[in-house]
Ligand binder design. Structure first.
Ligand SMILES: N=c1c2ncn([C@@H]3O[C@H](COP(=O)(O)OP(=O)(O)OP(=O)(O)O)[C@@H](O)[C@H]3O)c2ncn1[C@@H]1O[C@H](COP(=O)(O)O)[C@@H](O)[C@H]1O
Length: 106
């Protein structure tokens, strides 16, 4: 995963959040509010399901990118960033790393 790219995208979303609604896709979506953002997340998740079933890998990658992007917009709406999710994933990896270490020493 390119962590820097996710952080960069989070920065762009933060800037668009403050901008006039007509100026960009993110600004418009932010202006429409939480329900509109949630609707996009659910819609894109449905498209991931269809892409998975049709077996086209590139289609799946594109739909997952749409989900990631819209969840970043949702995080920003709530004052959160990609970093918060990355830290949570890191925390889980650390826990499972500790578990693995413990099972090796038993
Ligand atoms: N990564 C994305 C990105 N991925 C998807 N989308 C938009 O998300 C929408 C996906 O919705 P759909 O697939 O349902 O397509 P649609 O029917 O055209 O969309 P709707 O009319 O239903 O909203 C499209 O309008 C895409 O353009 C994105 N829009 C922007 N970005 C990034 O966000 C940054 C800021 O974008 P702006 O706010 O547009 O400047 C850009 O630099 C990009 O890096």
């Amino acid at each position: 995963m390119n962590e820097a790219l996710l952080k960069e995208l989070s920065d762009v979303i933060e800037v668009r959040k403050q901008a006039a609604p007509q100026s960009s896709y993110v600004s418009q979506l932010m202006h429409k509010g939480e329900d509109a953002i949630l609707k996009k997340v659910i819609e894109e998740a449905g498209e991931v399901l269809m892409a998975s079933k049709d077996g086209e890998k590139l289609h799946l990658v594109k739909e997952v990118a749409d989900v990631w992007f819209h969840t970043l917009v949702l995080l920003s709406y709530h004052g959160l960033r990609a970093d918060d999710v990355l830290m949570e994933l890191q925390r889980r990896q650390n826990i499972s790393g500790i578990d693995e270490k413990a099972s090796r020493t038993q």
